[in-house]
Ligand binder design. Sequence first.
Ligand SMILES: [Zn+2]
Ligand SMILES: [Zn+2]
Length: 101
Amino acid sequence: MATQEEKRHMSLVAELGCAVCRRMGHEGTPAELHHPREGTGGGRRASHMDVIPLCPEHHRGKTGIHGLGTKGFPKHWGYGEPELLEDTRAELKKLISLRIR
Ligand SMILES: [Zn+2]
Ligand SMILES: [Zn+2]
């Protein structure tokens, strides 16, 4: 279960829109949340604070992180989960600073 803080974080991240579409110049594509280490096994629970917003295609589609896999994805796009996570953190900071102002 996600804590209140995690839930708030996740809804903000979803508002950012797809991180892959953003890199192609399309901001605000409705996104679902991807947990970077999901499905890697090892019993390590992916943190809800490390989620990446991805549209259905870039999440589960043929050119998506699950469609291509975590090895195929960087080969196809030239960047992977660490870069997208960094983008997400930077965009989130911008979003939060805009709201405070
Ligand atoms: Zn997308
Ligand atoms: Zn996912």
